[in-house]
Design a protein around this ligand. Structure first.
Ligand code: AMP
Length: 449
C-alpha cells in the first residue's frame, strides 16, 4: 500500500470504532456513577483565556511553561508574540472559571459538576502520553470537609470497579498542607539554599526563584544530594492539616477504600492544597497514573472569585482503556450486526430494501448487500460483519413467498415464510442474544457522547 499523504499530527490518534466502544463504555460508567452521586454534567469550551491556566495551574509548571497549545485569534492577530487563548490542558481551571462566571455560589453548596472530553498538552509523545487525550473530570465546589474528599474518591473507585480495573490500581494519597504551610516551607527552602546556589544545576537554580517546590522532584543528582540536609515539609504541616488528613483516612477506612500514604506525592499543579491523590498502576507506578486529583481551596480566588474551597479528580481515558484491554475486559457495544440481508434478482432486491428498513425500524441492527454479487460472496460478507443471522432472498424464494434464514454461528439454514419474518427474527434474537441485549442497556443514557 502506498504511504498515505496525510497522517494524524504527532501525539494525536484517531479514536477508531474498536476504541470508540471503550470510550463509550467509560463515559457511560462515569455518567452513571456521577449522576448517582448528584453530579451534573457541564462542558467548558475547549479553549479558554490562557491566563486561566497560567494563574490557576501556575506559570512555572511544566503544563503551562512547556505544554500549553496556543490558539491564535484572527489572521490579523497572528503576528502578536503571545496568543490570548490556549487549548485546555485539563478541566479544573475552566470549571472554576465557569463557577464564578455563572454565579454558582448562589446554588446550594457544594456544587458537583462533571465533564468529559479532549484535553491538549504539548508533551513529548511516548507510551500513554499524547498531545490530545481524553479526560473525565469530577469537581465538588463550595464546601470543605474531609467527608467530601472521601466521597469523591469513593465515586472514582466505583467507576474503576465498574470498568473492572480497580484491582490493578493503588490509591496514593498525601496532604501537602495549606497555602500558608507551603509559603513557610518555600521560605525555609530558599533560606536553606542561600550560599549553595552555585552548586545547583542551572535549571534548578532558576527553579529556586520561580518554583522552589519543584526542586523536590528534580532528576539532578547534585540537587538531590543537597536536598538531603534540607528542611522537610512535614515540619511545616499545620496541626489543622494533619487533623484533616487523619480524618480523611478514617473515612476512607470506613468506606473500605484501600490506600497507600505517600509523603512524596505532590502533583505538578500549583493550585492544590492539602489533599492530593493519584491512582497508580500497581506494576509500573507513577508514570502511568490513570488519574489524579486533590483539593484546591485557593483556586477560585486566584481566578477572581470569592474564596471558595473545592476538590476534584481527573481520569485519563486512554490509560484506562489500556488497562481494560490488559485485563481482558471486553467493552460491550451497540455495533453488533444482528442481521445481514442478501438478495439476488431485481424483485428480491426491492423486497429486501423494504425488509431492511422494517427490521431497522424495529431496532434490529441490519446490514444489506444490495450490490450484484453472487449469493456466495454475499454470505462471505455476512461472515465478515459477524452477523448473527442472515436472510437470503433469491428469485426462487420470491416466487414461493419464502426467505432463507441462516443461523450464522450454527451454520444451519431453513426456508421460512416471508410474511412475518421480521417478528420471527426478533423472537430468535431475544432467545439467542439476551446477554448482549442486557449489556447494551447496562448504563441507561440517551446518547453515546
Ligand atoms: P494530571 O492532572 O496531569 O495528573 O492528569 C490526570 C490524568 O490525565 C493522568 O493521570 C493521566 O491518566 C491523564 N493524562 C495526563 N496527561 C496525559 C497525556 N499527555 N496523555 C495521556 N493521558 C494523560
Amino acid at each position: 500500500m502506498a504511504e498515505p499523504q496525510f497522517r494524524t499530527p504527532k501525539g494525536t490518534h484517531d479514536v477508531l470504532p474498536e476504541e470508540q466502544r471503550y470510550m463509550t463504555y467509560i463515559k457511560k460508567a462515569v455518567r452513571h456513577r456521577a449522576r448517582q452521586a448528584g453530579y451534573k454534567r457541564m462542558d467548558p469550551p475547549i479553549f479558554e483565556d490562557r491566563r486561566i491556566f497560567e494563574r490557576g495551574i501556575g506559570e512555572h509548571t511544566d503544563i503551562v511553561e512547556k505544554e500549553l497549545f496556543s490558539v491564535l485569534g484572527k489572521r490579523s492577530e497572528e503576528q502578536t508574540d503571545k496568543s490570548e487563548f490556549a487549548l485546555r490542558p485539563e478541566f479544573t481551571a475552566g470549571m472554576c472559571r465557569s463557577y464564578i462566571e455563572h454565579g454558582m455560589q448562589q446554588l446550594p453548596q457544594p456544587v458537583e459538576l462533571f465533564a468529559i472530553g479532549p484535553c491538549f498538552r504539548h508533551d513529548r509523545p511516548q507510551k500513554g502520553r499524547f498531545r490530545q487525550f481524553h479526560q473525565f473530570d469530577l469537581e465538588v465546589i463550595g464546601l470543605k470537609d474531609p467527608s467530601l474528599d472521601a466521597q469523591l474518591i469513593h465515586v472514582v473507585t466505583k467507576i474503576f470497579a465498574d470498568l473492572r480495573i480497580l484491582d490493578r490500581l493503588t490509591l496514593q494519597i498525601n496532604n501537602i498542607g495549606t497555602a500558608e504551610n507551603r509559603t513557610a516551607f518555600v521560605q525555609a527552602l530558599k533560606d536553606f539554599f542561600i550560599g549553595k546556589e552555585r552548586n545547583l544545576p542551572e535549571l534548578d537554580r532558576e527553579r529556586l526563584t520561580t518554583n522552589p517546590l519543584r526542586l523536590l522532584d528534580s532528576k539532578e543528582e547534585d540537587t538531590q544530594v543537597l536536598l538531603k540536609g534540607a528542611p522537610l515539609f512535614e515540619q511545616f504541616l499545620s496541626d489543622e492539616s494533619k487533623q484533616y488528613h487523619a480524618t480523611l483516612l478514617e473515612y476512607l477506612d470506613a468506606l473500605g477504600i484501600a490506600y497507600v500514604p505517600n509523603p512524596h506525592l505532590v502533583r505538578g499543579l500549583d493550585y492544590y492544597t492539602q489533599t492530593v491523590f493519584e491512582f497508580w498502576d500497581q506494576t509500573t507506578g507513577a508514570q502511568n497514573a490513570v488519574g489524579g486529583g486533590g483539593r484546591y481551596d485557593g483556586l477560585i480566588e486566584l481566578l477572581g472569585g470569592k474564596p471558595t474551597p473545592g476538590v476534584g479528580f481527573a481520569g485519563g481515558m486512554e490509560r484506562i482503556i489500556w488497562h481494560m484491554k490488559e485485563a481482558g475486559v471486553q467493552a460491550p457495544h451497540k455495533d453488533q450486526v444482528d442481521v445481514f440481508v442478501a438478495q439476488l434478482g431485481p424483485e428480491a432486491k426491492k423486497n429486501c430494501l423494504l425488509l431492511i428498513s422494517e427490521l431497522r425500524e424495529k431496532g434490529v441492527h441490519t446490514v444489506g448487500a444490495l450490490g450484484e454479487a453472487s449469493l456466495k460472496s454475499q454470505m462471505r460478507l455476512a461472515d465478515k460483519f459477524e452477523a448473527l443471522f442472515a436472510l437470503l432472498l433469491g428469485k426462487m424464494e420470491v416466487k414461493r413467498g419464502t426467505i432463507i434464514l441462516r443461523d450464522m454461528k450454527k451454520g444451519q439454514q431453513q426456508e421460512v415464510p416471508f410474511d412475518g419474518i421480521v417478528d420471527h427474527v426478533i423472537t430468535l434474537l431475544g432467545e439467542k442474544n439476551l446477554d448482549t441485549y442486557t449489556l447494551r442497556d447496562q448504563f441507561a443514557g440517551p446518547t453515546d457522547d
